[in-house]
Write a protein that binds this ligand. Structure first.
Ligand SMILES: [Zn+2]
Length: 108
């Protein structure tokens, strides 16, 4: 007499019961913008008006928060704040880079 897995009704060799560990995905995204490397980190705990958000950080410790909000794309870099907010719908280089690679949606 052969023992089979519970629920086994087919002929031939019974399937072995196996434990499958969850897939592990240790990953890192680096984006080069105008020749400077930025680490891209998704931001998860954001206000409700924020649809998607990323932190771009450089090796020197400088970091910028870029977000897609209900009111449009935004970045906290000086170029966006002082020159592009409300003026240039394409945004700063950080916004353009994230839109180019599909991490943020372009504004219409
Ligand atoms: Zn920016």
């Amino acid at each position: 007499m052969t023992r089979v897995a519970p629920g086994w009704v087919g002929g031939g060799v019974a399937p072995r019961l196996r434990h499958i560990r969850p897939a592990r995905a240790a990953c890192r995204l680096t984006m080069a913008i105008n020749g400077i490397d930025y680490q891209v980190h998704p931001s998860r705990s954001e206000p409700a008006a924020v649809l998607k958000a990323y932190r771009l950080s450089k090796a020197d410790g400088t970091a910028y928060d870029v977000a897609q909000t209900a009111y449009g794309l935004t970045c906290d870099c000086p170029d966006f704040i002082f020159h592009r907010d409300g003026v240039d719908p394409d945004g700063c280089k950080h916004i353009k880079a994230l839109v180019t690679y599909g991490l943020l949606e372009p504004t219409e």
